[in-house]
Design a protein around this ligand. Structure first.
Ligand SMILES: Nc1ncnc2c1ncn2[C@@H]1O[C@H](COP(=O)(O)OP(=O)(O)OP(=O)(O)O)[C@@H](O)[C@H]1O
Length: 323
């Protein structure tokens, strides 16, 4: 569990999940989550995120490989892990006739050493909705109730499956603040999300899955750095691409020209931008519509998603397997 002084609260090695009919949704993945960090699992639809999180939560046994949560197998040693973890499933199924307060009370009855219900309902912004029936809550309010229930046991490890889906922008930001505060207080958080902005803002480290495998993992900055940066500008009147300094020595990997608009891709943004600007200054020209930017997590994600739409290496589509 201790590696280089860092405690790995979640350890996943060679993990596989196979559904009835033989469909392999998780195809041998490895990652670790350190104590007190937020780790985001991203991926295209059907990439295997929920299938993975369910194995971490101990809801099913793996078909292969190993999961350790707080040093235990969450499936075979459920009793040792369950009371130290909080789980927010993608779809919480609550009795719709109960009020918010009744639901929290019922849940608290199943949790040893539960925090006061009112405290967790206030944390997620539901303090004024305690007497409202669950069926009358909006989708976003139900997600907040899901989160409140996951927090009742004051967990060391929190699993959040798409925690902000259905929330408006304010609710999403409130949840980010709450999850960050929990992390700052020492809680380890593993979440799945479709919002790249959420992972960029919140995650200390992340993994992008597709087709049951992890395509890339690292800090948001490390993952983003797998994509080149871009410089876009309009060629000054009377100038042609050949009038620019040679692009290769400027650190430019590739370029496109669309009418007067030039797009450069570079892995050395500072050098390429500096050399371009020095050239423009010396030539006494203005680079109109100049735009210089590092790659975003979204670009890294889309590159992986594009690869995912290529034929799968195992020669069959998900649909064929799922049929
Ligand atoms: N109970 C099941 N039986 C058979 N196949 C399943 C089952 N549950 C999920 N799958 C398949 O496993 C694959 C991974 O699904 P999973 O829900 O883990 O993906 P996901 O990354 O969470 O997707 P999303 O982002 O759409 O929620 C999908 O192809 C899905 O159809």
């Amino acid at each position: 569990m201790e590696t280089n002084g860092l405690e790995h609260v979640i350890e996943v090695t060679g993990l596989r999940r196979v559904y009835g009919g033989g469909f392999e949704a998780v195809r041998g993945i490895d990652f670790t989550v350190r104590r007190g960090e937020i780790f985001a699992l991203l991926g295209t639809n059907g990439a295997g995120k929920t299938s993975t999180v369910e194995l971490l939560e101990g809801l099913a046994p793996p078909a292969g490989g190993q999961v350790r949560v707080l040093g235990h197998d969450p499936y075979t040693e459920r009793a040792a892990v369950r009371h130290r973890t909080g789980v927010m499933l993608q779809e919480g199924g609550f009795p719709s006739e109960l009020t918010v307060a009744e639901t929290a009370r019922m849940w608290a009855g199943c949790v040893s050493g539960a925090r006061p219900e009112r405290e967790v309902l206030a944390l997620v912004g539901l303090a004024s909705r305690t007497d409202v029936r669950v069926k009358q809550l909006s989708g976003g309010q139900r997600r907040r109730l899901d989160l409140a229930l996951a927090l009742l046991g004051d967990p060391e490890v929190l699993f959040l499956d798409e925690p902000t889906t259905g929330l408006d922008a304010e609710g999403r930001h409130d949840t980010w603040e709450l999850v960050s505060a929990l992390r700052d207080a020492g809680t380890t958080v593993l979440l799945t999300t479709h919002y790249l902005e959420e992972a960029e803002n919140l995650a200390d480290r992340l993994a992008i899955m597709h087709d049951g495998r992890i395509a890339v993992t690292g800090t948001p900055a490390e993952v983003t750095a797998t994509e080149p940066s871009r410089i876009t500008f309009d060629l000054p009147d009377g100038y042609h691409l050949g009038d620019l300094p040679p692009l290769g020595p400027m650190g430019v990997g590739d370029h496109t020209v669309d009418g007067r608009t030039v797009r450069l891709r570079t892995r050395d943004l500072q050098r390429s931008a500096t050399e371009l600007l020095v050239w423009a200054r010396d030539a006494g020209v203005e680079l109109r519509r100049l735009d210089v930017r590092s790659a975003s997590l979204e670009e890294a994600f889309l590159t992986i998603a594009k690869d995912a739409s290529a034929p799968a290496p195992h020669g069959a589509t998900t649909e064929e397997y799922a049929a």
